[in-house]
Design a protein around this ligand. Sequence first.
Ligand code: IDP
Ligand code: MG
Length: 144
Amino acid sequence: MTTQQQERTLVLVKPDGVRRSLVGEVIARIERKGYVVTSIKMVQPDRATLAKHYAEHEGKPFYEPLLEFMLSGPVVAIIAEGNRVIEGFRKLAGTTDPTTAEPGTIRGDLARDQGTKVVQNIVHGSDSVESANREISIWFGEVK
Ligand code: IDP
Ligand code: MG
């Protein structure tokens, strides 16, 4: 019998989530869904780390506000594991715009657009296996 390699995703509780003491709420939703938290740490990210993490958005109008926001306080970096966890966590998070994110999701239940240049929406979740591997190595310094 072969053992299935579990999929992994990188979740960040963004500075708004940490400031609002929603770290436990995010972890609880990940765990209640049945995923396993295998690594977790609180970090004050530097600009270079964030530039790598958000490289795909460089040049977009919200890029600078996004980096400023992400620099505004500590974030909690989490590796969550489980079959189809990348897709599953994105569903738990809800759509990017928290105003219209479905109720029942993290963003839909806990956030709203406050009219700032970047939307503050509590969490980040990797969007593909390639992104997850890249982002896990950025935040946890490991390649898998
Ligand atoms: P995602 O976090 O849902 O994957 P991305 O498109 O990867 O969304 O964008 C990264 C982050 O940049 C979002 O979570 C949000 O905080 C911010 N953002 C994305 N698009 C916009 C926008 O059109 N206006 C303001 N902020 C945005
Ligand atoms: Mg994204």
